[in-house]
Design a protein around this ligand. Sequence first.
Ligand SMILES: O=C(O)CCC(=O)C(=O)O
Ligand SMILES: [Fe+2]
Length: 351
Amino acid sequence: MGSDFKSIPLIDISPLVEKIDDPNMANDKDLLQVVRMLDDACREAGFFYVKGHGIAESLMKEVRDVTQKFFQLPYEEKLKIKMTPQSGYRGYQRVGENVTKGKPDMHEAIDCYTPIEPGQFGDLAKPMEGSNLWYGSNFPPLFVLDIISQSTILFDLPKYPSNFDSLLENYINLLRDLSRKIMRGIALALGGPVDAFEGKTAGDPFWVCRLIGYPVSTDIPEEQRTDTGCGAHTDYGLLTLVNQDDDICALEVRNKSGEWIYAKPLPGTFVCNIGDMLKVWSNGIYQPTLHRVVNNSPRYRVSVAFFYESNFDAAVEPVEFCRERTGGFAKYEKVVYGEHLVQKVLTNFVM
Ligand SMILES: O=C(O)CCC(=O)C(=O)O
Ligand SMILES: [Fe+2]
């Protein structure tokens, strides 16, 4: 599905953000207009920008700046939060460690997931149990590092803020709340009840946050270099919100004719896209769109991608109100989200 879109729509979602929890929202013309725009965007491009989302542009920038500073640290420092099977696949991964369809991606990243307690989901979540590795909070000498990095005479380390964990945790909470509101809008757009994607399937949504850095390609040794910062893929959850650098065009979205359309940066907005789980839930009314990242610019690019998912152990299958609109039968089989995620994570890295 999808269409030959040439650009990605921008939606001012302020009516949705302000009124979606209001019992009278069904009579709000502005909110219903946003819902219509979401419906068009999800059918046409599977991608849309949001503004009027209520998250300060300064916070969005601060999060990208902290990410940028982390990636500027010496490699040995970054390895202090290295992602391993023992860390539940949370933490730092070097350029080329993430693989898309067998090809190394030219990005480095920190992966964070909703913390999972031992035994919380039985065997299902075993490989991903753990809590996140925040730089500076997992080993004692951060204050020493701060002092060292501020001493520009002796050392030339980038200055590193020590509030990484609290900043990120606050940001993640805000994005969770924003995503819930957008998903409420999408539930209405699909013709369902506002809380269709809550309750026992997505009332305790799992989240994934990836802090990503795309080096300038000529800074990567030629023998390791591939041509994509992140190879063509669809996202595997419900909804993704990307906070990207303001002045570098690198995220590309494929339209129906196979042309790659830039999701060029619009400062202060999030680029949103729908993922595989929404395709299943909506019985294919909405389809995720292939996208990729190619950083051909002479600048290091940072993006922070937040993935909002169903409950970890939710069995996702086409919901009735979508089945009714699409011939009455389920086009997709039931998928347990956690199984889908663990499978992806276990095959995603060369380690
Ligand atoms: O860096 C970006 O702009 C998008 C990254 C992305 O598509 C992903 O991590 O799934
Ligand atoms: Fe993606």
